[in-house]
Design a protein around this ligand. Structure first.
Ligand SMILES: [Zn+2]
Length: 509
């Protein structure tokens, strides 16, 4: 009280440097300095061809560097490009280290190869999520934006909010944050996931024959009228759920955004509502959604649970009072269990033609929309871009997974293939393209020194090539498939043979 607040040009508040002109230059410099050491660390645990696995390095970048860069981006996301590019360069540098790519590699290609969102899309996505959350949990933020609109503010900072308004996002604030099952007696609900064990190891082609038999044998003593099958479905962007029982069928659509998971919970909730009106007995609900069963089993402490988890709890307490018992059982989907198949069709009917089943939508359900829009905007930039077209012909679709996800391959293999995919490797034709080499003509004089020439036609490598062709033929494979097509198909055994060939001729990839 009575203290004079001194005027300063820059001030750090909650870890973000604010400057008097709002350029964010100070904060960007602070981030660059803070990240420098961490980037150096990535480099010390990696050489071009040796060192940590690219997948681990990408994760290390995301957890130790990206998390620092993106903190507080809600404030500085609208900084001038001259500042933001400095942060983007940190990301490029790290991905280049992770993938072992060349300095000349097109920057968006690095992000597509690594499955890492461009920084601007990442900032946009995080900031949109914050706005959505504020709709429910921090109204003053929204009110301030509204006030800025009244003042006709049209700055870059406002674009996010204008976009937010156009999305019609109206989460409900009446959803309990925590679901507590402790007042439901343990003898009311049973969770039965025994079908997982009982169907494990059945080969794919026998599942449709064997699983229905196991199922009907296992539940043969249960009155069919007490068996309810539920399912959720997502078709062409519409979500619905279906319920099948001997005496009734239900099909409904859910307002977007709705995930299949929410639809599965909606179906279970709806079924419990039906059972509540039935005489006291033991009822069985069959679902193919393991995540729903797991959520319900552990729902003593679920944060930001979807609305239906709360409703399910209410039903279960009511059923507990009248001593009705419920077994929630998991069944494998698409295995010709008749009830499950019928529920599946009903869910599809619901998704396409069903009446809307009204529900309040939790704010975090809208996050799926943000994720979807972020990917679309990244995809559009990748599709319309002018650079990196070679890689675009190999990986036309962006993803938040690296291209090698699920492949059991080492660092050297990933680095060689990443370079071939990005079309930036140490061959003459490439070196000439980036202004480093002389003619770009192979030493044999018969063609450009690029990957296709070296692998399939250069006379210098005739001996090594005959080995490659012999190995391909031994595997019953077609020789002379363009390297680009091999890369695009992500055909690991074919890629491995080309890799072995390149190693055998000591190609300077
Ligand atoms: Zn040649």
């Amino acid at each position: 009280m009575g203290k004079t607040i001194s005027q300063v040009l820059v001030h750090k508040y909650l870890g973000v440097w604010f400057d008097s002109k709002g350029t964010w230059g100070c904060h960007v410099r602070y981030l660059m300095k803070k990240c420098q050491q961490r980037v150096n660390f990535l480099r010390t645990i990696t050489g071009q061809w040796w060192g940590a696995h690219p997948g681990d390095l990408i994760r290390l970048y995301q957890t130790t560097i990206l998390s620092v860069i993106e903190y507080g981006c809600f404030c500085f996301r609208s900084a001038a490009n001259t500042h933001l590019i400095k942060l983007e360069r940190i990301q490029y540098r790290c991905l280049r280290i992770a993938l072992g790519c060349m300095q000349s590699t097109h920057t968006m290609s690095l992000e597509v190869l690594a499955g890492v969102l461009p920084l601007k899309n990442r900032f946009w996505s995080l900031s949109s999520r914050i706005l959505i959350k504020c709709e429910v949990l921090n109204r003053p933020v929204i009110e301030n934006f509204e006030r800025l609109i009244e003042l006709h503010s049209q700055t870059r900072f406002m674009t996010l909010y204008f976009n937010h308004m156009s999305q019609n996002i109206n989460p409900s604030s009446n959803i309990p944050n925590r679901v507590d099952l402790s007042n439901t007696s343990d003898s009311t609900v049973f969770f039965d996931t025994s079908m997982i064990e009982e169907t494990r190891g059945i080969p794919d082609h026998l599942r449709v024959q064997q699983i229905p038999k196991i199922f009907s044998n296992k539940y043969r003593n249960i009155n069919c009228d007490n068996m309810y099958y539920t399912d959720g479905s997502l078709l062409d962007g519409s979500t619905g759920f279906g319920i099948f029982n001997n005496n009734l069928t239900v099909s409904h659509k859910l307002d977007n955004p709705a995930s299949v998971y929410v639809a599965e919970l909606a179906a279970i909730q709806y079924t419990l509502g039906i059972i509540e009106k039935m005489p006291t007995d033991h009822y069985f609900i069959f679902t193919d959604s393991l995540s729903s069963i797991e959520a319900l089993r552990s729902m003593k402490d679920v944060k930001h649970s979807p609305y239906f988890l709360g409703k399910i709890r209410e039903h279960l307490s009511a059923l507990s009072e009248k001593s009705t018992q419920i077994t929630l059982a998991w069944v494998p989907s698409h295995c010709s269990i008749p009830g499950n198949e019928k529920a599946d069709s009903l869910a599809k009917v619901g998704a396409t033609n069903g009446d809307i089943y009204e529900r309040p939508i939790a704010f975090n359900e809208f996050f799926a929309l943000v994720r979807q829009n972020t990917i679309i905007s990244w995809q559009n930039a990748w599709t319309r871009g002018e650079l990196g077209r070679w890689l675009h012909s190999i990986i036309p679709k962006v993803s938040t997974n690296p291209w090698f996800k699920g492949l059991d391959v080492g660092r050297d293999f990933i680095c060689v293939m990443s370079r071939l995919m990005s079309n930036h490797y140490r061959f003459d034709a490439l070196l000439r393209r980036v202004g480093l080499g002389e003619s770009g003509i192979c030493a044999c004089g018969e063609g450009y020194h690029d990957i296709e020439h070296v692998v399939w036609s250069c006379p210098v490598h005739r001996d090594a090539r005959s080995k490659l062709i012999a190995s391909l033929q031994a595997e019953g494979r077609q020789p002379a498939v363009p390297v680009r097509d091999v890369l695009a198909s992500r055909d690991l055994s074919y890629m491995s043979l080309i890799y072995v060939f390149l190693k055998s001729i000591h190609a300077p990839v």
